[in-house]
Ligand binder design. Structure first.
Ligand code: GLN
Length: 303
């Protein structure tokens, strides 16, 4: 596969969509990012990375971090997390509260905010410092020792974090958090604030394409666990647009309101695309168009 040529063609296809949609403004620090950005990178299973456009420009990973927290918890705790969080699509927005009361404080899946808070809570118990553990893991997997938190984004989200605090308190009232709410939401905001480029994220997500093997060849997850994470990405990774995303793209994927989307072709490669304009569900407009074209061109969807 001539990845470079494919990416050039995908970028040309996505170009008219760049600038469409809205930049997330409920986290004011994210609002400053120019909407005309677009980058895409692919890391093959040997760690070779190709990219076009703004593929080396760092952006806020936001909810893409939920994939890595789930992987780190499953790596340390096998599958116990599934007693505290489900794995069904929610059909509701990523920050919705409505199902939690009906379902006794057990979130539908680990990729909506409520579910990610439970996963971060568990990572906090397991490691004593959830967000720093994730940062170190991402530095190692991406091969970029300069990765860092963006304090302005973390502070901005904390200042406007009433809804996530409400989700966390609500779950705590059902006994579904092990750590105090302020510590859980602080680590969650920090993990979301990590800045990475498409290059960094495509490389860091390589273990999902390598059936659980890390960049250095050691095993992070059993193959069956990597399969499960990919399955939950496919069904839940793009929130209440996961059905539409599977229909258009047909790959496990996780999006974030920073405008990034990581997608996995198991056994072949991991992609990351970034363009900050979001659709009404919080997924990058140009990013989704690019991935749609990628799987159409290559035939590399899981279907
Ligand atoms: N930090 C964001 C939030 O909690 C992440 C949401 C997202 O990327 N969808 O609202």
């Amino acid at each position: 596969m001539d990845y470079q040529a494919v990416l050039e063609e995908v970028a040309a296809f996505a170009r008219p969509y760049v600038g469409h949609g809205q930049v997330a403004d409920y986290i004011p620090a994210l609002e400053k990012v120019p909407t005309d950005r677009f980058g895409i990178a692919v890391a093959d299973i040997n760690g070779e990375v190709y990219g076009v456009g703004d593929w080396e420009v760092p952006f806020s990973v936001q909810s893409i971090s939920k994939t890595f927290s789930l992987a780190l918890v499953m790596a340390n705790d096998n599958e116990d997390i599934w007693k505290r969080v489900g794995r069904e699509p929610s059909g509701t927005p990523f920050n919705s509260l409505v199902q939690l009361e009906w379902e006794n404080g057990v979130p539908r899946n680990p990729f909506i905010n409520a579910g990610a808070l439970v996963v971060t809570d568990r990572l906090q118990t397991l490691t004593g410092d959830a967000s720093t553990t994730m940062l170190h893991f991402l530095r190692e997997e991406s091969g970029n020792p300069d990765l860092a938190f963006d304090q302005a984004v973390a502070d901005s989200e904390a200042e406007h974090g009433d809804r996530n605090a409400a989700l966390a308190h609500f779950m705590a009232s059902f006994g579904n958090l092990e750590n105090p709410v302020p510590s859980v939401i602080e680590h969650y905001f920090w993990q979301c604030s990590i800045e990475m480029s498409c290059r960094d994220l495509a490389a860091a997500g390589g273990f999902l394409a390598r059936h659980g093997l890390r960049a250095d060849g050691s095993r992070l997850l059993e193959a069956r666990e990597a399969k499960r994470i990919n399955a939950v990405m496919l069904t839940c990774g793009t929130y209440d647009a996961a059905g539409e995303f599977a229909y258009r793209v047909g790959l496990p994927a996780k999006s974030g309101v920073g405008g990034g989307i990581v997608a996995v072709v198991p056994g072949r490669c991991t992609l990351c695309v970034w363009s900050p304009g979001l659709d009404s569900r919080g997924n990058s407009v140009a990013g989704a168009a690019a991935l749609d074209h990628f799987t159409s061109l290559t035939g590399w969807s899981v279907f």
